[in-house]
Write a protein that binds this ligand. Structure first.
Ligand SMILES: Cc1ncc(COP(=O)(O)O)c(C=O)c1O
Length: 390
């Protein structure tokens, strides 16, 4: 029997649930894109995007998804055959490296499998004589596939006085986990609208430091991707390289109001951490009764706060059961060695304790119905974390 009528729960790691308020903010007829109101909204959004990233430097908005953000950054930072070190902790680091390679950059991968990056290995690599020509170190703060979280400050410290730029993909972490671009010495940051920022997909952003501005344009910079005019203009169209995506800008305006002005960024980070810890507690209890249920990242301090990747027998069957019978949708086991027996639970953006507890309790119902062995007490363990920290 299906028990899915009612509000569905979408717990995939992007696009994340869009708040009704954000959807309502989009629901408007097209305004005059040359009018004062649109310009004011765009400028206000841009100012708050800097606050969100913890920078006083520059931000260029684009119409596009995360892949567009990657391409924008390569186009502005690198020349053909520039040497770039790409740290990989799962699927997205590898895809990013592939995009850069196809754009003509000479990528060297530093692959940690599904584990978080080890700063000591970076320090060791950059100390070798042949590291002198490395132009940038690129890393995902959260690899959404493995749910490994990179310690950006530790990686920056490991770079020592090597002059490479530090480029961070915060597509799955911005708004969910701390990011202090200026304090941490990040040169370039990339994010997109559809995860922690609670908006539909369609916008991406590149923040860049003064040091990067001084590099000027590169051999790969094309007019559309060029971030300099986007970051220095006071014409609404030029921020976007053409017609502004007005309805999405209104959505972002509302979402940033909710995140920065109403909840507060630090409170949002704390909410994500609590939801993550509650989720891990349930899996630890389930896994105590079945070693085949396992969080992909062993060390809690290196786990993402926005998404949790797990190995779980019959994960594909469980996901299908949950969607059909209960209206709960979990993420696929992207990048796992055995994707049919892996899944991801997202707790990012517009996510709260009842949504997470509902998701976990639904999972336990599914494991019970499908005969997937699991230890007792998973839901109680999650509840305890919520009760202690709320
Ligand atoms: C960390 C990270 N980087 C890049 C991407 C690619 O973004 P998109 O799918 O929006 O192109 C994703 C997508 O999930 C991601 O999680």
């Amino acid at each position: 029997m299906s028990l899915s009528a009612g509000h569905p729960i979408i717990a995939i790691p992007g696009p994340s649930p869009v708040p009704a308020r954000v959807l309502r903010a989009m629901h408007r007829v097209s305004p005059d894109i040359y009018g004062a109101e649109v310009l004011a909204v765009v400028q206000n959004v841009v100012a708050r995007l800097k606050q969100l990233a913890g920078t006083a430097a520059h931000v260029a908005p684009y119409i596009g998804n995360g892949h567009a953000g990657w391409e924008a950054v390569t186009s502005n930072l690198f020349n053909r055959d520039d040497r770039v070190l790409v740290i990989q902790s799962g699927h997205f680091g590898r895809s990013w490296a592939d995009v850069m390679t196809r754009q003509g950059v000479a990528v060297e991968a530093m692959d940690f499998g599904l584990a978080p990056p080890d700063p000591a290995r970076l320090a060791e690599r950059l100390a070798r004589p042949d590291a002198a020509g490395i132009v940038a170190v690129c890393v995902c703060q959260t690899d959404t596939a493995s749910s490994a979280r990179a310690d950006i400050q530790a990686l920056k410290a490991a770079m020592g006085d090597h002059p490479a730029l530090l480029v961070v993909d915060a597509i799955a972490s911005l708004g969910c986990a701390p990011m202090k671009m200026d304090d941490w010495g990040v040169d370039v940051l990339i994010a997109a609208s559809q995860k922690g920022l609670m908006c539909p997909p369609g916008l991406c952003f590149a923040w860049f430091s003064d040091r990067v501005v001084r590099r000027g344009r590169t051999g790969l910079t094309t007019p559309y991707w060029d971030w300099h005019p986007r970051a220095t203009t006071d014409a609404a169209w030029q921020f976007w390289g053409g017609t502004p995506p007005v309805q999405l800008v209104y959505a972002l305006d509302e979402a940033l109001r909710m995140l920065l002005e109403e909840e507060g960024l630090e409170a949002a980070w704390a909410r994500h951490e609590t939801l993550a810890r509650a989720c891990w507690a349930a899996f630890d209890a389930w896994g105590a009764g079945n070693p085949a249920i396992r969080l992909v990242v062993a060390d809690p301090e290196c786990r993402a706060h926005a998404v949790t990747a797990v190995q779980l027998p019959q994960a594909d069957e469980l996901r299908a059961w949950l969607t059909e019978r209960l209206g709960v949708t979990l993420g696929v086991g992207l990048g796992a060695a055995d994707p049919a027996n892996a899944l991801r639970v997202a707790h990012m953006g517009h996510a709260n304790a009842p949504m997470l507890l509902g998701t976990l309790a639904s999972m336990q119902a599914g494991m019970t119905a499908l005969g997937i062995a699991h230890g007792p007490g998973g839901i109680d363990a999650a509840i305890r974390v919520i009760a202690e920290r709320a």
